[in-house]
Design a protein around this ligand. Sequence first.
Ligand code: PGA
Length: 258
Amino acid sequence: MKPFVVAANWKMHKSPVETVSYFEEFLPKIEGQADGREIIFFVPAVDILTAQERLRGTGIHCGSQNSHFEMKGAFTGETSPLVLKELGITYGLVGHSERRALFHETDWETGKKLRALQQVGISPVLCVGETLQERKAGQTAEVIVGQLQAGLKEADLADFDGHSGLKLCIAYEPVWAIGTGQVATPQQANEAHVVLRQALIDRGGPEFARRALILYGGSVKPENAREIAVQVEVDGFLVGGASLEPSSFLPLCLVEKH
Ligand code: PGA
């Protein structure tokens, strides 16, 4: 059975000291309750060591928010996927809408970055999503399928065979729902996930598409989580704002899928 994924995206929030106090509160409360869940914390790069120390032996994963597509070299300010692997990172975000919009990350780069993560054995979480303007213009499917195809352009799909331990996650995050409090309706989320699942079938066949995990992200909160979680094509969440406090993230980790 596929796990239900609950992923926290801390973005540029929290210091190592704050990371320690977060896990001091969070870990005793989640202990023994995370069966059938894959919980991931995408923490700022500067908090990875601290987070890893706290998460060791808990079954909870630490992920990276961004990484370069080269393994090393003259890339000031960038983070190597190889080093992330050495630090024990198991999941890596690729192409978050803030990377695309604020740091001008292109589809070409997402394809390279996804491939590089895969090469070092880190499971990629490829983020896709349309802007409000694109949704209003009826371009949602075209935009998200285009981003998906570009992100997987260089990927070796055979690696996501269910045996390598490598998982492919896609996070559908409508840009208009990120950090705005305006969540997609459960139907809108499911519709987009159906489109993405079909694009995955077209790219790699039904088995490959079935194994892939499609997460919803964009203003997920304890109040709206359950109705989204029960949608057939929703395999988990990527959560920004509500992941910053254990009191709002815990209920999301425990939400019922069925
Ligand atoms: P949000 O962010 O939950 O604050 O909308 C989601 C994300 O950007 O991953």
